[in-house]
Every structure is written in C-alpha cells, then in structure tokens.
Design a protein around this ligand. Sequence first.
Ligand SMILES: [Zn+2]
Length: 167
Amino acid sequence: MEHETKYSEPRAHELRERYVATFGGAELPVPVEAIAEDLLGLHVSEADLDGVSGLLYPAQRRIVVNVADPAPRRRFTVAHELGHWICQCQDRSDVQVYCRAEDVTLDPSARAVEREANIFAAELLMPEQAVREKWAGDADACAASFGVSGEAMRWRLFSFGLAEPPQ
Ligand SMILES: [Zn+2]
C-alpha cells in the first residue's frame, strides 16, 4: 500500500507570513517560539516531562516542552503543539493535550489528530519552496539550516520526492 506523501496546510503558511509581516527578522530557521509567544500570545516553557514530548494547556494558552529533548526536537514539538492549537483548540477547550514522544514524529502511522499536528509542524518549519532552494543533496546540512532533526528533514524531502524515506 502506498502512503499519502503529499500534503499541505495553508494555516501554517498564513501564520508564518503573518509573523514576518508583523515582526520582520530572519525567515530561517522559522522563529517558532516567537510565533507562539509574540504572535499568538501563548507561553512556552520547558520542564522534565518524563517520556512526554510536549503538553498544551489551551485554556491557559500554555505550551510545555521536554527539556530532555534536543533543541531541534523541542522546536518541532512547539510547532506540533501550535498545530493542535490552530487546528483543534480554537474553541478554547479545557482539555489538556499530552503528546507522547511517538506522537511527535513524521511517521505516517501516527494517529489522525497527531498526524494533523505533525503536518502543520512540517509545513510551518520546512516551507516547500525554501527547502527546495536549500536542498543540495545533504539532508543533515539542510536540516541544520531549518533547525530541525535530520529525521524530520528526511521525511520532508521524501514527501517532495527528493530523497528516500528515513530508515
Ligand atoms: Zn500532539
């Protein structure tokens, strides 16, 4: 069975473009924490979450990421929680969102709401045109330009037909 590899999330691009129009600054790596805090009025903090990658408290407008994760992973987690916020929490639901490590991955087998958040995160952090412009055959170098993990970049490149899927 073939996986769906091509996806789009216009809300992620709208958000990034609105940030740049309002605050300016460098476009890459995408300033995901500033987008959360300055543009959306969310508070981002870090804590030892013991196996959980990220939490979203919609009513408190608060995101917590796992301090034990590497920086590129924490950036992806912030973007993933923004995906939950933008795509699923606009009713200011009181439900707390707990994202386990396996939820915050681009593996296509993730659950539907987690997949939606991951697609949002990938679209926010790795805009297609910018990735295609930076791509020079080295996934890790490309990942470093965008402040994402090599694995996340490999999934992204795979979705564009530019590389094999991660092992
Ligand atoms: Zn999640």
